[in-house]
Design a protein around this ligand. Structure first.
Ligand SMILES: [Zn+2]
Length: 264
């Protein structure tokens, strides 16, 4: 009986042949990096290059574009939690978790998109840096993670143009370099796995590095955010003219991840 792994590998062989028979843009991406290995919650790709090497060699856009082709076009999987894991000197693992999509509730419709609407105090405080096509933010719960969003309202990584995607990964690396910290994992939710419509990537930072680099540098900013959120908690009847957006941020802040360990 064919296993799920065989299924993935069979579907891959089509791509592999195509890749080897002259898709010149992929000449530097080894087809082995595009083989999905099945695990309990989905599948995983192994890349021997580190995240930094992929960007320095200008392969990041090509590589992630290929992984999305395998997932969205070959396997027709559109609801997934995508997770990049640093493997140190051994490179990068990219997981796609999709087996518990039915348990996910998806984003809640709202008139206001938190990442597009900049007209309130909390958004301004949460914003760390605005690039031409991306923004870097604090996490709404002030956890040890940075958030990067495309400035354009898009919902999937595959909706980015080639140039936007190149810039997205480059801006991520620049932000980490500027803040002087390393990353542990990066996650992007798609389809039902999302809590919001606008695409966002969470960059998880080691707690010690977070305390050493970010907390010190942004001490004043973090205190202002905490004060504003506390103020909102104590005053649910919106006497603050900072508007509905503030409440929306608070909802995100209070949102508890439902106990599905695969995506934690
Ligand atoms: Zn938006």
């Amino acid at each position: 009986m064919a296993t799920k792994q065989d299924d993935f590998t069979d579907k891959f062989s089509y791509l592999s042949v195509k890749t080897q028979s002259g898709m010149s843009t992929n000449s530097e991406i080894n087809s082995i990096w595009l083989i999905p290995y099945s695990f309990k919650c989905g599948y995983s790709f192994q890349c021997p290059l580190t995240f930094k090497q992929l960007i320095d060699r200008q392969l990041s856009q090509k590589y992630f574009h290929e992984l999305l082709l395998v997932t969205e076009q070959n396997h027709k999987i559109y609801d997934f939690h995508m997770r990049l894991r640093s493997q140190g000197h051994y490179g990068l693992a990219v997981d796609f978790i999709f087996n518990n999509a039915e348990d996910q509730s998806g984003p809640v419709k709202s008139e206001i998109c938190n990442w597009c609407d900049m007209n309130n105090q909390l958004s301004k405080l949460n914003l760390i840096k605005q690039n031409p096509t991306t923004c870097i933010w604090f996490d709404a719960q002030l956890k040890n993670k940075l958030i990067i969003t495309p400035q354009r309202h898009i919902e999937r990584l595959s909706e980015m143009t080639e140039e936007e995607m190149k810039q997205f990964w480059k801006d991520t690396k620049v932000a980490l370099d500027e803040e002087g910290c390393d990353w542990q994992s990066m996650t992007l939710n798609h389809g039902k796995y999302r809590k919001q419509f606008h695409l966002c990537m969470k960059i998880n930072i080691d707690q010690h590095q977070w305390n050493q680099c970010i907390k010190k540098k942004y001490e004043e900013k973090i205190k202002q955010i905490q004060d504003l959120l506390k103020c909102n908690e104590h005053d649910p009847i919106e006497t603050h003219s900072t508007d509905r957006k503030l409440n929306k941020w608070s909802e995100m802040r209070n949102d508890k991840i439902k106990g599905k360990t695969c995506t934690n």
